[in-house]
Every structure is written in structure tokens, then in C-alpha cells.
Design a binder for this molecule. Structure first.
Ligand code: FES
Length: 311
């Protein structure tokens, strides 16, 4: 026959057993979640380092994509698990008038904060791993800066005509030198510097003009040979090839946005969005009668760029 005290102890043991089992289960879940957060950060670090290594070794688009996905996905996984298991999930509504916390509320917050601190036992380690993952990803993100390539230097301002250090012949696409007489019956030819027919900044328009009507700009009186004048073929708007020559009006038209240039007046723009004249090339002839450029274009060719005006 049992006493009331013996029955109370037995009930207490029955109630305590499931409680301890719930606590152990919760600890196991927390432990697994912590490992998952750490695994996410480690995965991200590995992905970011691998991305940097692949990039330095020459790059491979597919593997760079995979490693970038690992680097970002690892951080995403870690943050999601952290938020799911270690951040308060309950919605809290507070009336506006309550500005200062009561002593009970402060005590309750302190208890909850300390409880949370105990739940996330490896907070320091996970925080370091998180910082490591973000740092590694940030480092990998710096590498594409190297892909911007070398500085252009004076490459945008000097063509082969000016960079050769000597007068260059003008040649056609077959690399044949051109004489002024070759324009008879055609009125327009595209030419390049000899040895540079593939230079994107060097295509030059040779145009036949009426020397009587031509108005050379000051200082360019000797830049034409007979009835032949030369301008850059690259439109000063955004660099399209200017290839339409309206001979009856002596106008050059760019087919992209209809900029129009006056051939007789230094190829100044008279219509359309281009704001600068086509750069002119100073012409001469060599001892064999072939056309040569006696210098570079009168200005940078093609569309504008950030320091076009600086020498
Ligand atoms: S590129 Fe020639 S008008 Fe725009």
C-alpha cells in the first residue's frame, strides 16, 4: 500500500521523463542545424576559392558558373538555416503607447536572450565562418576587374598613319597602292594604311571633289592632292562606317542615324546626331606617284570617349 508522498514522486518522474526527452530532441535538432550552417559557410568558402583559382588559371565559363553558384548557394543555405532555427519566429505586436519597457519585460528579454545564446552554442565559430565566406566571395568578386584588360593609352588617339613614324602609302583592301587617277570614274574609294588593312580605326574615304568648290580649313590648304581629299570613314556619332556619298550635293551620309557631313567644308556635320567633323587625313604623293599620308588624322577617329579632348 503506497502513501500519498510515494504517489506524488511517481507522478513527478512520469512527467519529467517526456520533458527530458523533448529537451534532448531539441538539442539534437539544434546541433544538426549548427552543423548545417557551418557546412553552408564552408561550402561557400570552397566555392569562392575554387572560383578564384579557375579564374587565375585562365578561366572556364561553365566551372566558373558552378563555383559561383556554390559560393552564393552556401551563404544562402547558411543564412536560411540560421534564420529558421536560431531566430525568433513568433510575430510580436506592440501597442504604440508603450515606449519604455517594464522591469518584467526587461527581465523576460534577458532570459530569452540568454536562452538563445545557449541554444546557439557555436555562435563564435559560425560568425567567423560567415565572415570567412563573405570575405572569400568578396575576394573572388575582385578578380573580374583584371578582365577589364590593359589601359588603352594613346591607342584611341593615334592610328597607324601617325604611329608609323614615316609617311605610309594608302592601299585598297587587296593591299594595292592607290594613285589619284584610280578615283577617276568612281568618286569614292576606301583605303587603309599600307600593312594595316585590318586596323579597325584606319579605314579612310578617298573622295573626288571639285577643287574649285573645295574650302580647305585654315592650316589644311596642302592636305588634298589634285581633286582627292581623305576623311576618316568612321562616323563621329558612334563609329558606323560612313559610306554613302551624294556626289551632286557633296554630302557624306551615315546609314546608322543619318548624320550628314559636308565634304567641301572640312566634313562638318550638317544634319543628324554627330557633333564633330570627320577627321581629315593629310595627303601627298610619293616619288612613284602613289598616295601617301603625310601625318595622322586631324583628330581622334570614331565616336567620342572619356578623354578625347585631352592630348
Ligand atoms: S553612327 Fe553615324 S549617325 Fe549614328
Amino acid at each position: 500500500m503506497s502513501t500519498d508522498g510515494q504517489r506524488g514522486r511517481a507522478n513527478g518522474q512520469e512527467e519529467g521523463a517526456p520533458q527530458r526527452s523533448d529537451e534532448r530532441r531539441a538539442e539534437r535538432v539544434d546541433d544538426r542545424a549548427e552543423r548545417l550552417v557551418a557546412a553552408g559557410f564552408v561550402l561557400s568558402i570552397v566555392g569562392a576559392v575554387a572560383l578564384a583559382v579557375i579564374y587565375v588559371l585562365g578561366g572556364q565559363a561553365q566551372w566558373e558558373g558552378v563555383t559561383l553558384a556554390l559560393a552564393l548557394g552556401g551563404i544562402g543555405l547558411a543564412i536560411a538555416v540560421w534564420a529558421r532555427y536560431f531566430m525568433p519566429a513568433d510575430e510580436v505586436v506592440e501597442d504604440r503607447h508603450a515606449l519604455a519597457s517594464t522591469e518584467e519585460e526587461v527581465a523576460a528579454f534577458t532570459t530569452a536572450f540568454e536562452a538563445g545564446e545557449q541554444t546557439l552554442a557555436r555562435r563564435g565559430l559560425l560568425a567567423k565562418l560567415g565572415l570567412g565566406a563573405l570575405g572569400a566571395l568578396g575576394l573572388a568578386a575582385l578578380f573580374p576587374i583584371r578582365s577589364l584588360g590593359p589601359r588603352p593609352g594613346r591607342g584611341l588617339k593615334v592610328t597607324a598613319f601617325g604611329g608609323a613614324g614615316r609617311p605610309l602609302r594608302l592601299v585598297d583592301v587587296e593591299e594595292r597602292p592607290i594613285r589619284p587617277a584610280d578615283l577617276s570614274g568612281t568618286s569614292l574609294l576606301t583605303a587603309w594604311p599600307e600593312g594595316h588593312v585590318h586596323d579597325a580605326d584606319a579605314p579612310t574615304l578617298l573622295l573626288q571633289i571639285d577643287p574649285e568648290a573645295f574650302r580647305p580649313l585654315p592650316g589644311r590648304e596642302g592636305w588634298v592632292v589634285g581633286d582627292v581629299v581623305a576623311y576618316s570613314k568612321l562616323c563621329t556619332h558612334t563609329g558606323c562606317p560612313v559610306g554613302l556619298y551624294q556626289t551632286d550635293l557633296d554630302l557624306l551620309l551615315c546609314p546608322c542615324h543619318q548624320s550628314t557631313f559636308d565634304v567641301l567644308d572640312g566634313a562638318k556635320p550638317v544634319f543628324g546626331p554627330a557633333a564633330r567633323p570627320l577627321p581629315q587625313l593629310p595627303l601627298g604623293v610619293d616619288e612613284e606617284g602613289f598616295l601617301i599620308a603625310t601625318g595622322d588624322f586631324s583628330g581622334p577617329v570614331g565616336g567620342g570617349f572619356w578623354d578625347r579632348g585631352r592630348s
